[in-house]
Design a protein around this ligand. Structure first.
Ligand code: UDP
Length: 329
């Protein structure tokens, strides 16, 4: 397959590129490098620096490269930032996808795999969450991702584009090589923040709220290894190549861990006491997010290989302990 990975220099994008190349696929990457890193670009991928809102850039790329499937990671993805800067999210996520779809229609590229999120559900009525459960996002990030899904639905119906939307739960961990991993600036995700403590960059981890209706009062999340997410993208691309219908799939392990449990596993993995302090709740955090991924397993044949939280955190620690400043010096 010839795959165009938009956002292939970012966290999940770079891991998917590594998996695609390991599977012998041809990969072209486009990334504006605003939040991605050139060092995360796989040396065997062809790299174009550019922005998906730039129609001329996309038209030139599609004219030059024969693309079978687009995998689209090029979006802003910070919940908190989306609340304070919603228009940035509407511009990058929605307007960017509109320009992308115009370019795909013009170029006759008719298959796309798209990174969506558990944030499309908002506060779930029940767990595990199924794909046809209500979608009521509680922040602009989830709202723009849900709108992108709907854009694919309507544009796909009108112009014959088929899509797979993958709703990730909590992506974490790093490639087994230790060459690439999670790096955000500023960092806002739980596991990288916890690992900043044994790395000497932070004195303690803040626990945002211990009065949720969960077993120890802290939020429950479904942590899924980024390598397992990467495999799901390959399966989704193959599914579309085989003629599969447009569809939406959850990707998680179906097991929830509290924030306190994640800190405990990180203590065991790193051998560091990792002091923790309870602080007020973070706005917009649902108490529990746990996926049912049965549909992805049945329809796509997805089979996560790295479900243990110890293994996930050990792989993250391998990356963060050797790259305490991410891709920086
Ligand atoms: N969290 C926390 N302290 C932190 C960062 C995150 O307690 O310093 C909690 C957060 O409230 C949520 C969970 O950890 O319940 C996972 O947060 P993250 O930002 O990693 O992912 P999200 O679930 O928001 O996508």
């Amino acid at each position: 397959m010839n795959i165009l990975v938009l956002g292939g220099a970012g966290y999940i994008g770079s891991h998917t590129v590594y998996a695609l190349i390991e599977a012998g696929q041809n990969v072209v990457i486009a990334d504006n490098l605003l939040t991605g890193f050139e060092q995360a670009v796989h040396p065997k991928a062809k790299f174009y620096k550019g922005d998906i809102r730039d129609r001329a850039f996309l038209d030139a790329l599609f004219a030059k490269e024969h693309i079978d499937v687009v995998i689209h990671f090029a979006a802003c993805s910070l919940v908190g930032e989306s609340v304070t800067q919603p228009l940035k999210y509407y511009d990058n996520n929605l307007c960017g996808t509109k320009v992308l779809l115009e370019a795909m229609v013009k170029a006759g590229v008719d298959k796309i795999v798209f990174s969506s999120t558990a944030a499309t559900y908002g506060e779930p009525k029940r767990v595990p969450i199924l794909e046809d459960d209500p979608t009521e996002p509680t922040n602009p990030y989830g709202e723009t991702k849900l709108s992108m899904e709907k854009m694919f639905k309507w544009v796909g119906a009108a112009h014959g584009i088929r899509y797979v939307s993958l709703r990730y739960f909590n992506a974490c961990g790093a490639h087994e090589s230790g060459e690439i991993g999670e790096a955000h600036n500023p960092e806002s995700h739980l596991i990288p923040l916890i690992l900043q403590v044994p790395n000497g960059k932070r004195e303690f981890i803040s626990i945002f709220g211990d009065d949720y209706p969960t077993k120890d009062g802290t939020c429950v999340r479904d942590y899924i290894h980024v390598t397992d997410l990467a495999q799901a993208h390959i399966l989704a691309a193959q599914y579309l190549m085989a003629g599969g219908e447009s569809d939406i799939f959850n990707l998680g392990n179906g097991v929830g861990f509290t924030v306190k449990e994640v800190v405990d596993v990180a203590r065991a993995v790193t051998g560091h006491p990792i002091p923790a302090r309870v602080e007020p709740r973070r706005a917009g955090d649902p108490a529990q997010l746990i996926a049912s991924s049965e549909k992805a397993k049945t329809v796509l044949g997805w089979n996560p290989q790295h479900a243990s939280l110890e293994e996930i955190i050990a792989s993250a620690w391998k990356w963060h302990s050797t790259h305490p400043n991410g891709y920086g010096k």
